[in-house]
Design a protein around this ligand. Structure first.
Ligand SMILES: [Fe+2]
Length: 297
């Protein structure tokens, strides 16, 4: 779907380089064609966003592009299209959904319009991702994950993703970890980081935990329960809980940390959270996530 959004622009500008697609330009490709999105995974929510993520294989980086024109005209959600999705891809893309939903919900660019879809998508993912993972032919679970994915897209697509995405993108680009697996891995660490520095967002995480019937009690307890629930679900569907679990060599990772920090700092999603980390904190987050250590700073 992301490729289609970039390719359709070539209809009107055949010589355009992908990294020159910018939000402020007008392309008017609809004189020639329309964009219809039929997702075959339940993850990116690209059927409901104008975002385009492409991989620059020469420079080992992900390009985050887009223009509002690239919002699909039509999205068709048919659970039959995803029943054949392999177990590992169900897990990876499902972790992308939970990350969009939670990050879209707490984004500093969010509004009450993005909060509703974020809440529902989070609750549905906790309930149905393990079921869809366990039995790919469970049409109800597949349908609810498809709905959760588009709701997650509507949430972060109208606000912004957050730190789990900027750190996860960096890991994905340098170590070729699939998008959803990478962002989902960093999600609990980055929530912990924000809990430690923002009462405002801690209260929002707590609201989510209560809405999902995960916990009751103080904001801090509920927010921490949300983190624990993300980790428990990831574990249940066989996802890595640390960078080490991804099979990445420690020395190679350590060598890459400055590059990881640099990439994360260049992402807008590092700035759309209530606790914006600098170079030093990002380095610590990357190192804690390698070891699987809860963020305590
Ligand atoms: Fe994502």
């Amino acid at each position: 779907m992301d490729a289609a959004k970039a390719i359709i622009i070539l209809l009107v500008k055949p010589d355009l380089e992908p990294d020159c697609i910018i939000a402020s330009d007008t392309y008017n490709f609809r004189d020639k064609a329309r964009l219809m999105a039929i997702p075959t995974t339940s993850g990116t929510g690209a059927e409901a966003t104008w975002a385009i993520v492409l991989t620059d294989t020469n420079e080992n980086r992900k390009l985050g592009l887009g223009t509002t024109e690239c919002m699909p005209d039509v999205a068709i959600l048919d659970p039959v299209m995803v029943t054949g999705m392999p177990t590992q891809i169900t897990a990876d893309t499902g972790m992308d959904v939970i990350t969009h939903a939670i990050e879209g919900y707490v984004s500093t660019w969010g509004t009450s319009i993005t909060e509703g879809p974020g809440l529902i998508a989070t609750r549905k993912t906790f309930e149905y991702l393990p079921k869809a993972h366990k039995n790919g032919d469970d049409l109800e679970a597949r349908k609810e994950m498809q709905n959760a994915a588009i709701l997650g897209g509507m949430s972060f697509g109208n606000s912004m993703a957050g730190l789990g995405h900027s750190t996860g993108h960096a890991l994905g680009a340098l170590f070729h970890v699939p998008h959803g697996r990478a962002v989902g891995l960093f999600l609990p660490y980055t929530i912990e980081y924000i809990i430690n520095g923002s009462e405002e967002t801690t209260a929002k995480y707590a609201e989510m935990a209560r809405f999902c019937h995960i916990a009751s009690g103080s904001d801090k307890e509920c927010a921490k329960a949300l983190v624990a629930k993300v980790r428990a679900m990831a574990n249940e569907i066989g996802q890595p809980l640390s960078v080490k679990d991804c099979g990445i060599d420690k020395a190679k990772y350590e060598e890459a940390v400055p590059g990881l920090i640099d990439r994360a700092l260049n992402e807008v999603m590092t700035m759309t959270v209530t606790r914006v980390p600098g170079e030093e904190d990002l380095g610590k987050i990357f190192r804690y996530a390698y070891e699987g250590k809860s963020v305590d700073f």
